[in-house]
Design a protein around this ligand. Structure first.
Ligand code: CP3
Length: 367
């Protein structure tokens, strides 16, 4: 056994930069904190080199590899938070489904769920420590190795997004197979969403016990639902997750900020701002000022520069960031992209984005 495997989730190094955690709680910060979705990813040559020839989910199962990949972007850029390298699809795996990462195609389930009877094939009670303990170990190790530089974010996929993958068997433009279940098998859909919610709650609590200092819930497929379906099949479960996680944490006197990111779900913005999450993440299709108005100062906001703006020259990135900061204001705000970084993006421009957030927000704070 390696020495690192013996690290326990206690005696973590003291946190040096708490700007991200303070912004989650709506408190003042010297600068606007910034991180990027998919900051550990293929746009970094060192990431491609490290991942070369290794299976994606094997990598996810190695705490040392996850730790290294999480730390890579922080060696280059002064991000204000780290997000643990893992994937949302480890949950369907823990429930007994086979998931492969196929190069050029993305995640693939050889045997997706087809009909409600298939729910019987899923593990009815998942022991998260046994099935997902490797993620917890990765979090504990990374929290130690971060040396208190910035806080560590844990994450999960939301029930509807995971359900969509489990039925589609991979990426999809229409999500028509998964949506077919919502219209044709609403009861079985709720049963599956409930099963996922139960695992997710335990999984997030395990991440906090292991050392996660904030939690993000990715509802990446909110956009293919309409407002009515969102109200029935997404929102109640998102609320349940936050409420249950918070209730449990409160019992042990802990307070860990939670972020909900429902991509393309702007119709749900008012509801999302009243769903027990401290932070609502936004994609780039919402204007900062109207997002503030619609959430009425109830929550902190995170987002939302179009990732493709990183293809612009650095001066233009700086202007776009300045406008975004003026729109959101510098309080209760975490700068990020409206979705993840793409593999062909130039790391230098990511650096320019981070620098522009820090510089312009310090300036705005002193006006
Ligand atoms: C939908 C989703 C997935 N995974 C995730 C989501 C939700 C966020 C979103 O909406 O994008 C979440 C995720 N996946 C990954 C992270 C790590 C942390 C980080 O953001 O840096 C996070 C937070 C690593 C990863 N997960 C994946 C990569 C790239 C593949 C690789 O490293 O080989 C990374 C860095 C693979 C993955 N995993 C998934 C997809 C669609 C892909 C891309 C497949 C492709 O483009 O070929 C499922």
């Amino acid at each position: 056994m390696e020495k690192d495997d013996l690290l326990l989730p206690k005696d973590f190094p003291k946190l040096k930069n708490d700007a991200f955690l303070r912004a989650c709680q709506g408190q003042e910060t010297p600068h606007v904190p910034v991180w990027c979705m998919r900051q550990a990813g293929r746009y970094l040559p060192e990431f491609r080199e490290f991942r070369a020839g290794k299976d994606f989910f094997e990598t996810c199962r190695s705490p040392a590899a996850c730790c290294e990949l999480t730390l890579q972007p922080l060696r280059r850029f002064p991000f204000d938070a780290a997000i643990i390298f893992s994937d949302i699809l480890v949950i369907p795996q823990a429930m007994g489904m086979d998931v492969q990462m196929v190069a050029g195609k993305g995640p693939t389930f050889p045997e997706p769920l087809k009909e409600p009877e298939d729910l019987l094939l899923l593990q009815p009670k998942v022991d998260v420590n046994k099935e997902l303990g490797y993620v917890f170990k990765a979090i504990t190790l990374t929290r130690h190795k971060l040396e208190g530089k910035v806080p560590l974010i844990g994450f999960t996929g939301a029930p509807w997004t995971l359900m969509a993958y489990m039925i589609e068997g991979g990426g999809s433009t229409t999500h028509s197979k998964a949506k077919r279940w919502l219209y044709r098998h609403p009861e079985a859909s709720h049963k599956l969403l409930k099963m996922l919610t139960d695992v997710i709650v335990e999984y997030l609590l395990g991440q906090v016990a292991a050392g996660a200092q904030a939690l993000q819930v990715f509802e990446s497929h909110a956009g293919c639902l309409g407002p009515v379906e969102f109200q029935e099949f997404s929102l109640p479960y998102l609320r349940d997750i936050a409420r249950k996680v918070k209730d449990q944490l409160k019992e042990s006197g802990q307070n860990v900020p939670m972020i909900v990111f429902a991509k393309d779900g702007h119709y749900g913005l008012e509801d999302l701002s009243q769903s027990h999450y401290e932070v609502v993440g936004l994609d780039w299709t919402i204007d900062p000022c109207s997002a503030r108005e619609r959430t009425g100062g109830k929550v902190s906001l995170q987002g939302n520069m179009d990732p493709c703006a990183l293809y612009a020259p650095k001066e233009r990135i700086s202007e776009i960031v300045k406008k975004m900061l003026e729109g959101f204001g510098t309080r209760g705000y975490i700068a990020n992209l409206g979705h993840g970084l793409y593999p062909d993006m130039d790391p230098e421009n990511v650096g320019a984005f981070v620098e522009a957030v820090h510089t312009h927000s310090r300036h705005l704070n002193h006006k």
